[in-house]
Design a protein around this ligand. Structure first.
Ligand SMILES: [Zn+2]
Ligand SMILES: [Zn+2]
Length: 428
């Protein structure tokens, strides 16, 4: 997998320059031993710090005892926030900066370690203990700082070691969340293609194809036997590939679209109470809702429209939904003043010129019910009430029409939302 990605770094038919910072990636039996050898070869024991949490500490112990290095354990329910980063930072300050940090755990442990390692300029190494999320090899830290969901530029791991016996024994709920994160690539890849067609946003065909293939493999395997003991390995490989594709692209486009915007919207708690659902679970529910939304609004391609960014991103429209987050949301969507939103770049009626192609893409999206059944067969939630969010028309519409505002990124759902809001504004 890494070799394939590195080939694209050397030269890619898409003509873009790609880069990868992760130089070792081992996802196979014996990966723990390979990690131990890697550490012994590259660092002195006293300079290494292994960070786990109370749930994953047991997987850190063999590494710590073999290498004879330092260890730090976070609480079992540690979230990636200012409290846990302060906890780890003060330990580092008191005990001396390590020359390498190992994240032994799932998503939150990785984000806490990645954030602190980046702050002190120390390389970090990933040892994922569950196939739950695609962020292990990503280059950003997804944090909730003082209640606000933020993405910080951070470091990708210099190396990753994933032991199938370890991550396959994680609770089924965690693997199911990883499946949800992968299922989200259905709409993420769709949105990438749409933006490429409508605005010429660069789309790297080899990356697109690799992601599509990994997604197809997971759907096929889950459809055939959702209880297959090999499924966590397949999911982990898909998640790692997804992380590498984000590194290659230099952004999250290959792995995140309108379904992730739904998840971010719910994480901002603008219109809902906080939910304990895992990242991939929220993405899964977002994907199922988005598929239905896109198919129900397929007539958008034939509709002449007249959208004006100053109406779409106005205080009047955004404040009733986003409240105190309004200024940040407007800034995100119009970062450099008038004309800098993706909606302004789109231009009116550009859909009709590509109606046939976009229509075909919408048609090729899988049926939402099929995806819901697949998710549930893997133990992943597929509807709002299954992740403790209000399962009613009002909240569903609010999520579908206002989640595209969380990022200045073009998705078909953002166009649907812009047209809807413009029509509503004109009626007033
Ligand atoms: Zn994700
Ligand atoms: Zn390329």
């Amino acid at each position: 997998m890494l070799k394939e990605a590195q080939k694209l770094v050397a030269s890619c038919p898409c003509g873009q320059k790609h880069a990868i910072k992760t130089s070792v990636l081992e996802c196979r039996d014996g990966a723990t031993e390979l990690l131990i050898s890697y550490l012994k070869k590259n660092f002195s024991a006293k300079d290494i710090l292994v960070v786990s949490d109370e749930n994953t500490e047991k997987y850190a112990l063999p590494i710590i005892s073999s290498v004879g290095c330092r260890a730090f354990t976070l609480p079992g329910n540690a979230h990636a926030n200012e409290i846990e980063t302060a906890r780890l930072s003060s330990y580092i300050k008191a005990s001396g900066a390590p020359s390498a940090m190992i994240a032994c755990g799932s998503g939150s442990v990785h984000d806490i370690v990645r954030y602190c390692a980046h702050e002190i300029g120390t390389p970090f190494i990933s040892y994922p203990t569950a196939a739950s999320v695609d962020g292990f090899v990503s280059g950003v830290a997804a944090m909730t700082m003082y209640g606000q969901k933020l993405t910080y530029p951070s470091s990708s791991p210099v190396a990753l070691f994933a032991e199938p016996a370890v991550f396959s024994s994680a609770p089924r709920k965690l693997t199911a969340s990883g499946i949800g994160d992968m299922i989200g690539k259905i709409t993420a890849l769709f949105d990438w293609k749409i933006s490429n067609i409508l605005t010429g946003e660069p789309l790297c065909s080899p990356i697109y194809s690799m992601m599509k293939e990994a997604l197809g493999g997971i759907i096929y395997a889950a459809e055939n036997n959702a209880d297959d003991p090999k499924l966590p390995l397949l999911v982990m490989n898909g998640l790692l590939l997804s992380g590498l594709c984000m590194q290659l692209s230099g952004n999250s486009r290959p792995a995140s679209g309108s379904e992730h915007h739904m998840s971010h919207f719910w994480e901002m708690h603008a219109a809902n109470e906080p939910t304990d659902a895992l990242h991939g679970e929220k993405v899964a529910v977002g994907t199922a809702l988005m598929l239905l939304h896109l198919k129900s609004n397929a007539d958008i391609i034939d509709k002449p429209f007249d959208i004006d960014e100053s109406i779409i991103f106005s205080d009047d429209v955004i404040r009733p939904v986003y409240g105190s987050l309004t200024d940040g949301i407007i800034k995100e969507n119009i970062p450099n003043g008038k004309g800098s939103s993706v909606i302004a770049k789109l231009g009116n009626n550009s859909l009709t010129a590509h109606a046939e192609e976009i229509g075909r893409l919408i048609e090729s999206l899988p049926a939402p019910e099929k995806i819901r059944d697949l998710l549930r067969s893997c133990g992943c939630p597929a509807a709002l009430d299954e992740i403790s969010l209000p399962d009613n028309d009002k909240f569903t519409k609010l999520s579908l029409y206002f989640s595209p505002y969380v990022r200045n990124r073009l998705t078909l759902s953002k166009i649907i939302s812009a047209v809807f809001i413009s029509e509503e504004a004109h009626k007033r």
